[in-house]
Design a protein around this ligand. Structure first.
Ligand SMILES: Nc1ncnc2c1ncn2[C@@H]1O[C@H](COP(=O)(O)OP(=O)(O)OP(=O)(O)O)[C@@H](O)[C@H]1O
Ligand SMILES: [Mg+2]
Length: 445
């Protein structure tokens, strides 16, 4: 993409309404535009990052054996009456009537609808295990939408629903989700810690929230200093192997890590004092085993091998896809702007021409641009007639992890400059070497 042909409405001033850094940078970098409280348009660069996150989520869900589908945003109130949640849900649910006076709602979540799909088409244990998921917009009429996309009213969520014959099978589905989520967040360059969550009125201890540590997080978190060091890395996982999957979950959940909702001071104090950490975190996902809470009232049953009919065992598992962009920026920025991890960056590399209109620098930039694209990379070429300072400021703000700078002085010696956004370090090299280095960095991402 050439910047002169792109739509990147960068703001010079700090928007007054933004209280936290991710919101500020998303507005300033022209990623989003607020349309109403907690409702945003995703401008091209924000949309690009959102699509990239969706892609990672899809890849990891499919790897775990889960199946994508798409349910509508609008739902009928009758379905929610069947589960008893229509009255229970409260003012967060946006309710309205269609022209025929039928009661409708904008879905805040999809347990009822997926249970309806299941009961209409599945009869036997032979169709299990089954996990269906979608990535779809949700609406929750939050009292206080704030922090930009972190607490919106309309937001994008991946929500998956597991169906199993037995509780044991359902817990394997739970574990599979935990591992697939760990891998998803790691690929995005995030450390998201599974913390035991409060299961509310349903009870049971089979729910975890995933929290990204950040000063601006809404939850208070208590954890062992060793927990954020745990990494899945590039080990391969056989998602059908129950013991292997359960062992990974154990590895990530044995050390103490809880939010204020489940915090237990006595247990916490058993950790050596120097490892006791108290901080704040952003909830970027949650997994939940709830058994027959929906299948029973809604009559979603399956026949067992010996011919009996039992309600199906379920769980629901969510990732806050749009909130993740805020969390990513909270965890990756400096005073100049965003610093995208390579796994989620909207463009792989920025190309800065220090003397637009100069025959030699223009030609070198065109050649670099073509070479990067030929390697399957997605460069953003700042081809504006602007001062170097303005070009650097834009690149720093939008946070592409790598920048190639082409100027007349270096070019006289056949050299360009490759700069890391994160470390700020620059290295002079030939254009060919710069392309090769970028190719190497993104190989396998
Ligand atoms: N208002 C919101 N704006 C953006 N993302 C949200 C919002 N509410 C929930 N999410 C995301 O969707 C995920 C799954 O939804 P879930 O029902 O667990 O939310 P929640 O526990 O009600 O969230 P919270 O406690 O932050 O209100 C959450 O982990 C979070 O990342
Ligand atoms: Mg939650």
């Amino acid at each position: 993409m050439r910047l002169t042909r792109y739509f990147l409405p960068v703001l010079k001033e700090n928007p007054a309404e933004a209280q936290i850094v991710s919101h500020r940078y998303m507005l300033r970098a022209g990623m989003i535009k607020q349309q109403a409280a907690g409702i945003y348009s995703w401008l091209p660069m924000g949309f690009k990052v959102l699509k990239r996150l969706e892609q990672i989520v899809h890849e990891e869900q499919i790897r775990a054996g889960h199946i994508p589908l798409l349910m509508p945003t609008l739902q009928s109130a009758d379905l929610w009456r069947e589960s008893g949640r229509y009255d229970a849900y409260g003012p967060e649910m946006l309710r309205f009537k269609d022209r025929h006076d039928r009661e409708m709602l904008y879905g805040p979540t999809n347990e009822e609808m997926i249970t309806d799909i299941f009961r209409s088409h599945v009869e036997s244990y032979k169709s299990l295990p089954l996990t269906l998921y979608h990535i779809q917009w949700k609406f929750r009429d939050e009292v206080r939408p704030r922090f930009g996309v972190m607490r919106g009213r309309e937001f994008l969520m991946k929500d998956g629903y597991s169906f199993d014959l037995t509780k044991e099978d359902a817990l394997h589905a739970y574990n599979r989700h935990m591992v697939s989520y760990l891998r998803t967040y790691e690929r995005m360059g995030l450390t998201a810690i599974p913390m035991r969550a409060d299961s509310g009125p349903i009870g049971g201890d089979n729910t975890h929230e995933f929290l990204v540590l950040a000063k601006t997080g809404e939850s208070e978190v208590f954890y062992d200093a060793k927990v954020p060091e745990l990494k899945l890395g590039d080990r391969t996982v056989d998602y059908d192997n129950r013991d292997e999957v359960a062992a990974i979950c154990k590895e990530f959940t044995t050390l103490y890590a809880r939010t204020d909702e489940t915090h237990d001071e006595a247990l916490f104090n058993q950790i050596p004092e120097e490892r006791r950490c108290i901080g704040r975190g952003i909830e970027v996902g949650q997994i939940f085993y709830f058994g027959t809470k929906y299948s029973e009232p809604m009559g979603a049953t399956v026949t067992t091998p010996d011919g009996a009919k039992v309600p199906v065992e379920m769980g629901s598992h969510g990732i806050g896809v749009s909130r993740l962009i805020g969390a990513l920026i909270e965890a990756n920025h400096d005073e100049k702007g965003i610093i995208w991890p390579e796994g989620v960056t909207p463009f792989h590399v920025g190309l800065v021409n220090l003397k637009q209109g100069d025959v030699a620098t223009d030609a070198a930039c065109e050649a670099l641009y073509a070479a990067l694209k030929a390697k399957g990379l997605d460069p953003l070429y700042d081809d504006r007639e602007e001062r170097a300072g303005a070009k650097f400021a834009t690149m720093d703000l939008i946070g592409l992890p790598w920048r190639i700078t082409v100027g007349p002085r270096g070019l006289a010696n056949g050299l360009v400059e490759l700069t890391s956004r994160r470390s700020g370090e620059s290295e002079e090299m030939t254009p060919e070497a710069a392309v090769a280095k970028i190719v190497e960095i993104y190989a396998g991402i």
